[in-house]
Design a binder for this molecule. Sequence first.
Ligand code: ADP
Ligand code: MG
Length: 148
Amino acid sequence: MRVLEDEQETLKVGRELAAMLRIGDKIALTGTLGAGKTTLARGILEGLGFDEEVPSPTFAIVQQYEPPETIMPIAHVDLYRIEDPEEIQELGLEDTIAVGAMIVEWPDRLPDIFWNDALKITLEITEEGNRRLTWSTGDAWKDRWPQT
Ligand code: ADP
Ligand code: MG
């Protein structure tokens, strides 16, 4: 568990994650609206070298980044507006994961089995207005990120 005192700290966690990101990685970001999911994704993208403003993928659903704008292909995905799991098939997420990584907001729209190997992060807003970051790791993350 980590307490993040401000937006800068949330961005910093993202940059830490970027430094250890590998092809095939899935990062699932759970939390209410305003919890900081997109901020964390922004930190990851910054860490991967993206130096422009990161749009929230709420309406596009999938925002793809590729070299040279980032050092590896990565998709930033927001499944909030997905209602029918069949819509998810059409997003081509399996193709993305074959060549790069993905960061997914509202991962609960997909079955749990999809997240078996993922780094599952939860952000909560504390009474003080900070963010509490908790996580669980799949096998792919065991040697890279603390277990608790
Ligand atoms: P989400 O994608 O979960 O809806 P956003 O990242 O878009 O959330 O928005 C989160 C809001 O919380 C932003 O205004 C951001 O500046 C702020 N924020 C991010 N991290 C923290 C933090 N650790 N403490 C306080 N505010 C934060
Ligand atoms: Mg968001």
